[in-house]
Structure formats: C-alpha cells, structure tokens
Design a protein around this ligand. Structure first.
Ligand code: NAD
Ligand code: DAU
Length: 339
C-alpha cells in the first residue's frame, strides 16, 4: 500500500507517520507538507532515511504540483492532515484557513478523482459541532449532531467536511472522515495550550489562561488518535464519519494547575487574560460508533499521557527552543503582549 500523508511535518501527521511505518512496515508513506510555521522537518529526522518514507515539500493548494505527484506516485490512499489548525490565528487572519482547509482539500480530492484512489481520509475535528453548555454534562457530540461552528477555523474544517461528503455522493469518491477531540503529546506546536503552559512554566513566565479557565476540552493522547485513523483506513465504511475521543473532559484551569504541580512550579504563575473571541465552552465526544464498529478504545490514560508529554518536552528542549526562539516570538507578543 502506498499512502500519501499531507501535513506530516506537523503534530498529529508526524505521529501518524511514525505509527504507520511501525505498524505497517510493508507500506510506503509519502509525506506532502508545505512546511508552514507549524511544519518542522526536524520532527521527521528519525524516519528520513527509512527506505519506505519519502518527503515532498508541497502546498496542497498547488494543483499542478499535486497532480504531478499523483502521476508519479499513484498513491492508494490519501490521509489529509494538512491544515491551518490554530483557532487564535484564524480569528486574527481567517483567509489562509479558507485557502488551505477548503481549497486545499478540493485540490486533493480532484487529484483523487483524476488518478483514482482506494481511500481518501479527511482528518477533521470535533469543533465542527460547535460547543456544549457546561450545565448539561449528559450531552455529547455524536456523528449526527448538527454542524454549528464558532470560529473561522472550525467553519473552514466544516466546509471541507461537507465538500468531502459531496464528493462521495456526487462522484462516488471512497471517502471517510474522522472527527477527533483535542490531542496532546510529543511534537505539539508550542502555541497550543498544553505545550505553551509547559514551556512558559519551565521559564517561570506567566501562564495565560483565557477568561475564567472553566472551558472544557476532551483530551486524547495523540497515539490513540493515530491508531483510530489506521483502523478507519483498514476497516471503516466508505462514506462514514467516525467521532474519536476518550471521555476525558477537563477544565483548562485544572490542566494548567496539574502542569504546575508536575513541574514543581507555583500556581501564582497563572494569569487570567482576556478571553478568546467566540470561545467554545465545552467539547465532549461520544465515541460509541467507533467502539461498536471498529472496536477502538483509547489506551493511554490522561494521568500517564500528561507525564509522558511533560517528560518529552523536558528531554527535547532543542526541538521547541528552535521554534520559540524564532518568529514565534512575534506571534507571542501579538497574541499576549497587551492581553
Ligand atoms: P499542525 O498545525 O501541528 O500541523 C499542520 C501541518 O500541515 C504542518 O506541518 C503544516 O506545515 C502543514 N500545512 C499547512 N498548510 C499546508 C498546505 N497548504 N499544504 C501542505 N501542508 C500544509 O496541526 P495538527 O494539530 O497536527 O492537526 C492536524 C490535523 O488534525 C488538522 O487537519 C486539524 O484540523 C486536525 N485536528 C487536530 C486536533 C488537535 O488537537 N491538534 C484535533 C482534531 C483534529
Ligand atoms: O478540539 C479539537 C481542536 O483542538 C483542533 O481541531 C484544533 O486544531 C486544536 O488547536 C484544538 O483547538 P483548541 O482551541 O481547543 O486548542 P488550544 O490548545 O488552542 O486551546 C485549548 C483551550 O485552552 C481553549 O479553551 C483555549 C484555552 N487556552 C489556549 C491557549 C493557547 C488558554 O486558556 N490559554 C492559551 O494560551
């Protein structure tokens, strides 16, 4: 099997590549990545010499480049992770989100139609369902929950999902979609909650919690997400959507306090800052379908996963220092300077 993985130099895509090369050593993986601010070639250093791995620097919106790659490689499957993924950046500048997340997806699917494909898999998000209230803990997102987005990011992901489903119905493209909750683990870009708090705490810098910090996210260790996508590729039904999440809802403030405790840092570093515009209150996935149909269950408990993640950031300082010492400083100043 030849699998094209887009966005493989980012957080989840790279972890997926590591998983696939290990779990399916007979497969060939081709990574397509534009290497935006969020893509890092050093992340893929450990697999660069693997004869079953090939990296191509490519923008998924570049139709000619994508078609050329399909003509040369004829992938059997495409797994599309490539996206602008950060909600705060989408609030600052929505346009690139529409370009990559929607137009990029359409370019990939057109290539799949033109050259043929066994499976196109779209990596989507629970954010397409909008949010749930904090006072209704018995409500969860199922695959039939209406799409009801809040941010330019989630709207662009929802637009892509609708397009993927349309390509299935209209052209018979063999697609699947996964909608996962918040991931955490190694190679998570420092702008996101968990790595940002670990890195700031290590520097004894303020820990900027948006608003009251009571917003709830449903955290899943990244390897569990990668296993779920692998299972969907093997056994998932074409045309179907699968929610992925492990019933691990936590309030932001509790995550930040836990990180302080694990690192032996004082909670007085916690600073409440102006809330995110349109901030979703609570996400919570109902994973019944993927459990019943594909027997997927998460393997890593949060208490273990967060320890492993913190250890990884302590042992891989060079990886994140290269990021936070670069253009990230300008981003941080823009986002948090006068917040
Ligand atoms: P990320 O920002 O860490 O990585 C995105 C990668 O895509 C980067 O390597 C970047 O260079 C690449 N990319 C961006 N634009 C591109 C383009 N035009 N052409 C080619 N490559 C491009 O993102 P992530 O957190 O790893 O998320 C991966 C996917 O999973 C996204 O589609 C996201 O919506 C989805 N998702 C993420 C989470 C999460 O918690 N992080 C949860 C559910 C779903
Ligand atoms: O639910 C899946 C989604 O999870 C993915 O689709 C997105 O790509 C991914 O970025 C993530 O989105 P969130 O907005 O939930 O993640 P983020 O890490 O940006 O924020 C998590 C929560 O923490 C959110 O309620 C905002 C809050 N937060 C975040 C940052 C960066 C803070 O309080 N302070 C911060 O500095």
């Amino acid at each position: 099997m030849k699998i094209a993985v887009t966005g493989g130099a980012g957080f989840i895509g790279s972890n997926f590549i590591f998983h696939m090369l290990k779990a399916h050593p007979e497969d060939r993986v081709i990574c397509l990545d534009k290497l935006t601010y969020a893509g890092n070639l050093s992340t893929l250093a450990s697999v660069m010499d693997n004869p079953n791995f090939h990296f191509v620097k490519l923008d998924i919106c570049d139709r000619e480049g994508v078609y050329k790659l399909f003509e040369e490689e004829h992938p059997d499957m495409v797994v599309n992770f490539a996206a602008e993924s950060h909600v705060d950046r989408s609030i600052e500048n929505p346009e690139i989100f529409l370009q990559t997340n929607i137009i990029g997806t359409s370019v990939l699917m057109n290539a799949c139609r033109k050259y043929g494909i066994q499976r196109y898999h779209q990596v989507s998000t629970d954010e397409v369902y909008g949010d749930l209230p904090l006072d209704r803990p018995n409500l969860f997102f199922t695959e039939t929950t209406p799409i009801h987005t809040s941010s330019p990011y989630s709207s662009s992901k929802a637009g892509a999902d609708l397009l993927v489903l349309a390509y299935h119905r209209t052209y018979g493209l063999p697609v699947t979609i996964s909608r996962c909750s918040n991931n955490y683990g190694p190679y998570h870009f420092p702008e996101k909650l968990i790595p940002l708090m670990i890195i700031n705490a290590l520097h004894d810098k303020p820990l900027p919690v948006y608003g009251d910090g009571l917003n709830v996210r449903d955290w899943l260790y990244v390897e569990d997400h990668c296993r779920a996508i692998d299972l969907i590729l093997q056994k998932g039904k074409v045309g179907e959507i699968y929610n992925v999440g492990g019933h691990n809802e936590m309030r932001n403030i509790d995550i930040v306090k836990l990180i302080c405790k694990e690192l032996g840092k004082p909670e007085r570093l916690i600073t409440h800052v102006t809330d995110r515009k349109g901030h979703d209150r609570r996400y919570a996935i109902d994973p019944t379908k993927i459990y019943n149909e594909l027997e997927w269950l998460p393997e890593t408990k949060f208490a273990d996963g967060i320890k492993k993640t913190i250890k990884w950031y302590l042992e891989n300082q060079e990886w994140w220092e290269n990021i936070v010492n670069g253009e990230y400083q300008g981003y941080y100043e823009r986002m948090y300077g006068r917040r």
